[in-house]
Design a protein around this ligand. Structure first.
Ligand code: C5P
Length: 231
């Protein structure tokens, strides 16, 4: 694991420096030595959040699946490939964090078996057996005992608010950042995003913006949530 690098940037006088864990990017679920299942996540939103938390003076541990992005300066980084590896890395690090933001597009299923050799073409069809991956965000409270501020993402193509609210409750989050991925220029593999913030008692729509501009607004909202009275 990389050594902890201390952030030099002065922080807003009224804000405590917090430790933030971010998951980002896709996962890669291997089928055989040369093939894997994955998705279109670029990791841009998670990396922009990492950069924005650092800019605001906080410390960041980024746990990321494979992306084409450079790791932002001063960010601690754990590269992973599979959902199982991401789950293990989060399990190992979450307890010492104040805030956790789960922006990764984790594969929901993984091949039941990884073939030891390249799968040869044979019949006209090939049936793969897939099994569920661990729900990392879903395990944060009950499995890992995390009591800090917990933020998840919801990428939806319909019933945005209702689906996001079900995730907020079901995964015991403080905030779900929801985006409609059927809208052009929004979400997966895009430079811009338009999100709905779904809190336990209200929603807030943020207008479309670049992922970095949006990340700065999200950091302000997440830190304010973390610092609310009673926390
Ligand atoms: O249930 P769904 O996959 O739509 O939930 C999305 C949220 O849950 C995201 O924050 C994602 O990072 C997280 N997640 C996870 N582990 C999974 C699946 C999703 O952490 N196996």
């Amino acid at each position: 694991m990389p050594a902890l690098v201390t952030c030099q940037r002065p922080i807003e006088p009224h804000t405590r420096r917090v430790h933030v864990l971010i998951t980002a990017g896709p996962t890669r679920e291997p089928l055989d030595p040369v093939r894997f299942l994955t998705n279109r996540s670029s990791g841009k939103m998670g990396y922009a959040l990492a950069q924005a938390f650092i800019h605001a003076g906080h410390s960041v541990l980024l746990i990321s699946g494979p992306t084409a992005l450079d790791v932002p300066e001063r960010v601690d980084f754990i590269p992973v490939e599979t959902a199982a590896e991401m789950h293990a890395a989060v399990a190992h690090c979450l307890a010492r964090m104040d805030i956790a933001v789960f922006a990764a597009a984790v594969a929901d299923y993984t091949p039941a078996r990884v073939a030891p050799h390249k799968i040869k073409k044979a019949g006209a069809t090939l049936t793969l057996e897939l099994v569920r991956t661990p729900d990392i965000l879903g395990a944060a409270r009950s499995g890992f005992g995390f009591s800090g501020t917990l933020v998840g993402f919801a990428a939806e193509t319909e019933h945005l608010e209702a689906n996001a609210r079900a995730k907020l409750v079901g995964k015991h989050c403080d905030l779900i950042i929801a985006n409609d991925v059927s809208t052009a220029g929004c979400g997966f593999d895009s430079d811009t995003n338009e999100v709905l913030l779904v809190y336990p008692d209200h929603n807030e729509a943020l207008p479309a913006a670049s992922k970095l501009a949006l990340a700065h607004r999200l950091v302000t909202a997440i830190v304010a949530l973390h610092e609310r009275p009673g926390n």
